[in-house]
Write a protein that binds this ligand. Structure first.
Ligand code: SAM
Length: 245
């Protein structure tokens, strides 16, 4: 397992490092994962989802593969999806911008004992990180947090990194979601989501979920989320026309 870049905090090398999962357990209980994601309170979010099972979109995507390959887990959080990929024998590049995410993933309780060199963890911003060629790019609930001005370029880099025949799994947040009005978020209309995949992917799973709800603080929240598993077609393929109408 490789973690890079290795940039300890000032004085960090002299201190005995506390185990990140012990520190997380001691932290105050957050209101909910949704409230934390709203405010980008990532440590609170990690605590709220700690130890949860892999995302359904990842599990659905993995059913389409006969054998393990190489995956990028973009915005890996505390590592729930990365652990599932490793458990199934995949090689994984796990990327997250938050130091705690990197530490929690590196010390995850479900980290397989035979991980060897199958896991590389990189602390980096999705807007700038290099995305090498992969069989699966998994981005669970992370893409809405890309800086809006850089989303199109990120999407092009995601597309370029997925090998023809490979897959995308993850979520895009819709334009009618309450958080769409936050200036630092990247949300798409159904039409825009269609444009992202048109001519390049066939959709193996596409679920647009829209509902009213509340977060744990009782704040009203309208959810508008696209759950997607998409197969990247060979370039110029005629079978990839207009997947979202
Ligand atoms: C809602 S969490 C999702 C985490 C995990 N994939 C899951 O499904 O639980 C979003 C994650 O994206 C990361 N993130 C947010 N903005 C980022 C950015 N610009 N670059 C890299 N990671 C970012 C956060 O640190 C957080 O771990």
């Amino acid at each position: 397992m490789a973690i890079e870049p290795h940039t300890p905090d000032a004085g960090g090398e002299a201190r005995a490092e506390a185990h990140p999962w012990d520190e997380l357990a001691k932290a105050e209980n957050p209101p909910s994962a949704f409230a934390c994601a709203h405010t980008r309170d990532w440590p609170g979010y990690f605590k709220a989802v700690a130890g949860k099972e892999p995302r359904e979109t990842l599990v659905k995507a993995l059913k389409f593969f006969d054998e393990p390959g190489f995956a990028i887990d973009l915005g890996c959080g505390e590592g729930r999806d990365t652990m599932e990929l490793l458990r199934r024998g995949w090689r994984v590049l796990a990327i997250d911008g938050h130091k705690m995410a990197v530490d929690l993933t590196a010390h995850h309780p479900r980290l397989p004992s035979d991980v060897g060199d199958r896991l590389e963890i990189r602390r980096a911003e999705m807007e700038t990180v290099e995305l090498p060629p992969c069989d699966l790019l998994n981005a669970s609930f992370s893409l809405p947090f890309c800086r809006p001005a850089e989303f199109e370029a990120l999407w092009d880099r995601i597309h370029a990194s997925i090998r023809p025949g490979g897959k995308f799994a993850g979520q895009l947040f819709g334009d009618r979601d309450t958080w769409a009005s936050l200036p630092d978020r990247s949300h798409q209309s159904r039409r825009e989501v269609g444009r992202l995949f048109r001519g390049r992917y066939t959709l193996e799973h596409f679920d647009e979920v829209e509902r009213d709800g509340e977060d744990a603080r009782g704040n009203a929240k309208h959810w508008h989320v696209f759950h997607v598993v998409a197969h990247r077609c060979p370039d110029g393929s005629w079978s990839c026309a207009d997947p979202v109408s």
